[in-house]
Design a protein around this ligand. Structure first.
Ligand code: CO
Length: 135
């Protein structure tokens, strides 16, 4: 049985990544701890630590990317909520048993040496959910 141990991060889509990083630094006094360009997902992300969780700013690498399309239809704002779990495979099994629609049937590598999988917002009350297993 997998346990949900924390909100791992909140993913926030931004129009201008550099401006958003500077805004977070100036207003909240946080410093970026990781920056990663994930070319195959068309996104560049910057992480800030917030206690045991993270704030993840997401900049689109182009309009025809998932975050680019999100920005075009919704504007900047909360893109997804990520829950940290102890056993992502067993969480996915549990969701499948409950007929929850998965975006990722199989976990894939995320940043920070994690395994991640996305769950469809249609099955989660309109919230795009990401599962994160550390290590
Ligand atoms: Co995320």
């Amino acid at each position: 049985m997998s346990t949900l141990t924390a909100i791992d991060h909140i993913g926030i889509a931004v129009d201008e990544l550099e401006a958003a990083v500077e805004h977070y630094r100036r207003t909240l006094g946080v410093k970026p701890i990781l920056r990663e360009r994930v070319a195959d997902q068309g996104v560049e992300e910057v992480l800030f630590a917030a206690g045991g969780s993270y704030i993840q700013l997401l900049g689109a690498l182009g309009p025809d990317t998932p975050v680019g399309r999100f920005l075009a239809s919704n504007g900047p704002g909360i893109h997804h909520v990520a829950y940290r779990v102890t056993d992502i495979m067993s969480t996915l099994d549990q969701l499948r048993r409950e007929q929850v629609r998965l975006i990722d049937e199989i976990p894939r590598p995320g940043s920070r040496n994690t395994l991640i999988a996305f769950v469809h917002p249609k099955s989660m009350g309109g919230v795009l959910v990401e599962l994160v297993q550390e290590g």
